[in-house]
Design a protein around this ligand. Structure first.
Ligand code: SF4
Length: 365
């Protein structure tokens, strides 16, 4: 049996199942999904466990992981055991460092994700990585390279690819991608000097990371938006809160889905069933305001929140006003700006929906 520790302050506060975060609404746990891939049956089990022991609120994170909040603190053993039984905790020592994003519409990357995850948890040294250290595996389009990765490998076609870190790159073929990424992560641990240095971007410019790498700008694609992509469907999840209705609608269509870093889920083969997913409350077309609108948890669940971000976001969506197509708007309750992506328009502690819309109108002039 695994025992969860009580939520305690730690230097690196990224939560896990075995190290919950204490929020105003209770304990919060994060479950890593390398590459975002998860069986719908496991999603259902997590949701049911959350409902049994908490508020039943299951969220998608900006790294394509799952988060369950409003749980009792300390976590009941039965909750931890139930989650462990889903297979979502393959390593107790490395649970918080299994942060791997991958292009969600590139199933050919799945074997690399699995190999990277296996190599990561097999190396005791890499358990020292921060919970904020992010690996990325990208297709040739550069999907997910918008995310703040530390080390990445991008396919450039065929078996070729580029190893990427700190604005530099070097050619590395696909069969060497996983050992090269793991090697860079080990090099980072040697270079960083202090355990309080969590990311490659925090290293000094002259840090000897990535011998042989040269300045390189990879091809980067914007986040995918809700709607059909071939036979598949990208389904947006309003505010990233996954409900039982969402999960049951997906279960009728697919065994496995892919959680993206953009509060959406790729449902394979579901393009023709978009209406069913929409009826369950998922967003199936990019014209919905929810395809451009997100929010941190805000007040009252977060002690730092100065406004109820989620209800203001719902008010904005409820106005039916079209948001300028190129803008992604993220509401936050304080200057910490949790969940904001680099190209988001971040609105801090708005008084109401009118203030959000006025800010957006001003920006789009
Ligand atoms: S941005 Fe502020 S209010 Fe929102 S979740 Fe983070 S700390 Fe809380």
């Amino acid at each position: 049996m695994l025992a969860a520790v009580s939520a305690q302050p730690h230097l690196d506060r990224c939560p896990g199942l075995l190290r919950p975060h204490r929020a105003e609404d209770g304990a919060l746990v994060r479950l890593r999904l390398p590459g975002g891939r998860i069986a719908v049956s496991a999603l259902r089990e997590v949701l049911e466990a959350a409902a049994a022991d908490g508020a039943g609120r299951l969220q998608l994170t900006s790294r394509g992981n799952l988060q369950v909040r409003a749980l009792p603190d300390p976590l009941p053993d039965r909750f931890v055991e139930r989650i462990e039984a889903t297979g979502l905790l393959p390593s107790t020592s490395h649970e918080r460092v299994r942060n791997i994003v991958a292009s969600p519409l590139a199933p050919d990357l799945a074997p690399l994700v699995a190999a990277l995850d296996a190599g990561l948890v097999a190396d005791p040294v890499l358990a020292a990585l921060s919970g904020r250290f992010l690996f990325a595996l990208a297709d040739a389009s550069g999907s997910v390279l918008t995310e703040p990765y530390d080390v990445a490998w991008q396919s450039t076609g065929g078996g070729d690819g580029m190893l990427l870190a700190a604005g530099r790159g070097v050619a590395v073929p696909r069969e060497r991608a996983v050992p090269a990424l793991l090697g860079l992560a080990r090099d980072f641990l040697v270079c960083r000097g202090s355990a309080s240095v969590w990311n490659v971007r925090d290293l000094p410019a002259d840090a000897p990371l990535g011998a042989g790498m040269a300045a390189y700008a990879p091809r980067v694609a914007p986040p995918i938006v809700p709607g059909p992509v071939g036979d598949d469907l990208v389904a947006g999840v309003p505010l990233g809160v996954l409900t039982s209705a969402h999960v049951e609608a997906m279960a009728a269509l697919a065994d496995t889905v892919v959680v993206t870093p953009w509060r959406s889920v790729v449902v394979p083969g579901a393009a023709a069933a978009a209406d069913d997913l929409a009826a369950a409350g998922l967003v199936t077309h990019r014209d919905s305001p929810w395809s451009q609108l997100s929010a941190c948890i805000g007040a009252p669940a977060c002690a730092h929140g100065r406004c109820s971000t989620t209800s203001i976001a719902a008010d904005v969506a409820g106005t039916g006003r079209h948001l300028p197509r190129d803008l992604r708007i993220h509401l936050v309750g304080c200057e910490r700006q949790c969940g904001a992506r680099p190209d988001d328009v971040v609105v801090v502690a708005p008084a109401d929906a009118d203030e959000v819309l006025a800010t957006v109108a001003e920006l789009s002039r």
